[in-house]
Design a protein around this ligand. Sequence first.
Ligand SMILES: Nc1nc2c(ncn2[C@@H]2O[C@H](COP(=O)(O)OP(=O)(O)OP(=O)(O)O)[C@@H](O)[C@H]2O)c(=O)[nH]1
Length: 830
Amino acid sequence: MADEPVAASAPIGSSVIPIVNKLQDIFAQLGSQSTIELPQVAVVGSQSSGKSSVLEALVGRDFLPRGNDICTRRPLVLQLLQTTKKPDGTGEEYGEFLHLPGKRFYDFSEIRREIQAETDREAGGNKGVSDKQIRLKIFSPSVLDITLVDLPGITKVPVGDQPSDIEARIRTMIMSYIKTPSCLILAVTPANSDLANSDALQMAGIADPDGNRTIGVITKLDIMDRGTDARKLLLGEVIPLRLGYVGVVNRSQEDILLNRSIRDAIEAERKFFDSRPVYSTLKDRCGVPQLAQKLNQILVQHIKAVLPGLKARINAALTSVAKQFQNYGEVTESKAGQGALLLNILSKYSEAFSSMVEGKNEEMSTLELSGGARIHYIFQSIFVKSLEEVDPCEDLTDDDIRTAIHNATGPKSALFVPEVPFEVLIRRQIARLLDPSLQCARFIYDELIKMSHRCMVTELQRFPFLRKRMDEVIGHFLREGLEPSENMIGHIIEMEMDYINTSHPNFIGGSKALELAVQQTKSSRVPLSVSRPKDVESDKGPASERGVKSRAILARQVNGVMSDQSARPASDIEKVTPSGMRFLSTRRHDDFSGNTGGSSWGISSIFGGSDNRNTSLKESISSKTQREPVHSMEQSFSMIHLREPPTILRPSDSNSETEAVEITVTKLLLRSYYDIVRKNVEDLVPKAIMHFLVNNTKRELHNVFIRKLYRENLFEEMLREPDEIAMKRKRTRETLRVLQQAYATLEELPVEADTVERGYSLSEPTGLPKIQGLPTSSLYTGDFFAASPKNPRSRNSSHSGELQSPMHYSNAESNGNGRPYSTGLYPTVD
Ligand SMILES: Nc1nc2c(ncn2[C@@H]2O[C@H](COP(=O)(O)OP(=O)(O)OP(=O)(O)O)[C@@H](O)[C@H]2O)c(=O)[nH]1
């Protein structure tokens, strides 16, 4: 590089660089790509007012096309990007254009030539203006990451290829940049022109009416008319400006021609102000270094504004990393330490498991059911609900019941006793409850296994061997717990099947069932009498007779009083159940009936004498056969052949009312009793599962763990960490350390920033003279860009015209006599 180092001049933001660097480090430590977005700085003003010169002086590099006949004709967006220094403290400095990607310009005068050439390429060689940006990046170890924009100057009279509306076009272009609320405006006005006619101030007034982000820059103080000075301008007495003015002396055209360096120019500027007594009391607002300082203060304010958010982010990261680190724990070498650690893990695991089952888990989900709630769901919404939906007669047709009744009576004729078929059928239905009950236990077992996997997932990450062993132990233990639950469920169902308690208070009972059945049968048979008149006719007499008779006997049964004692000894004929329900004996009581074909007592007799009829018929046939012997074969008729009984026999079709009632009674009894059993099962199965499986696990898990795993010879193996965990612990420890460091740095930053604001020390390494005399930080206590006319703090605090907005600086507009100015006011300049 031909030029002197950047640091030798007055690079913008140089004093802020250390703070920003620290912040960038913090961002990097947080693993975040984002950086602090500093406000953009744009220079606006009339043509040849000295904008490029101001920008160059601020950057400390000689690279912009300047001169009376060389104009900025395209916006130049200049991105300063900090590069890392080499170990010797130096670093490459180069420029790169967006339109020439990959081409590095190490010679800054070449950069200037490329800007000119690129301007000509787009805007033509004859004064043409274009709003198409030229984007240039300057990489240097000594710059702040900030974007500066050099804008074309405002012109009034079109020249060369400029269109007639050139002024309007340029104004629109400028406005598009400076209206952005985060853009700092350097409103450049030459001292040798009338400030009231300043295009820069007029446009800035429109873009920033509150004056929170506009700094007035008065150039060319060296070429003012003899006898005049810029005191009043700088003091804001001509046009007040909230952030005030800075007067500068840039290189003249002659200096440019003589290739005067920026360092020399800064020195010359200092001498200029030193030699002018009129500016001796205004040192804080004279010179490029003061302008840089003013900008630094604004940047510091911006940085201060982002600090709380950054702190909060670091804090959050710290908390989570600290927790992570805690989970990795410390490495324990001693047996005693390992024992204590293992014991602690086993106890915590057992507690966590219990908490999960009981629903006391801290990390309880609000999105789905978990832990014990899932167990409850399985019991109530799956198991109980499924049982409730089962109809015990669902897969039992009337034929099935009739067959069962026939089978129950054996070779004898069917007496009406639905008790036996009822018992057979109800047992069948009860047996059906076994499978869902066992399935329910399985489901709960699966749930417990799932819960065990979810316990202490993060804590046990570092001990995969222990985790595996624990999973094995709990898996085995749960399987062991499943067995007694399943046995118990088996017993519950067996108990229910073994003893059909017809005395259960909730059981409908035979008499009630019979009564209901008769009613139902009667009402359902009415249409049949129309459709099957023949059947009805054949059954008519006995059926109605039976009906009456059955009702009569039923009434007698219900009342428990026998109206026909003489015909039927109560003790033998009736079996009185403990519930008071009477069932009629299925046995014939020949002793009392007097003869086998006569009156046979039993429920069948209630329903009429078909059996009796059949019996007497059969008997009369047989007696007749005995009384009348066969005289000869000739006399006999040809032999009557019986048809072969088919392999599968079904009860012959019958539509007798007896059977209909029998079937209905059976169904009623089935439903009623099934309900009782179902309720028992719904109640007892979950109890069995909870007792043998769930609660037993809660109670015993810890003991089982200790028994199986707490063995000194196993400590080493179980607490062995995979290498990966050791590495992660190391990394987490490092991250934690870095974050703690970052947090501490952040704590100190505001103090450091205050130092920068006061203009002390940090500018020293740049080789610039110490900037003294700026008031203290008490003036910069608000939020960045927060000042507005609505902000009482910014309005009311007007000591010496200096406002307490962060963008209101010590040398903000004041009349020098402590007289406050009205704030943010711009004259309307036509
Ligand atoms: N004597 C003196 N000359 C200056 C000062 N500032 C700028 N100049 C000269 O004024 C001329 C214009 O300066 P530039 O920096 O190109 O002005 P500009 O506003 O960027 O011009 P445009 O881009 O054309 O609008 C140059 O010849 C500078 O040397 C100053 O403070 N004192």
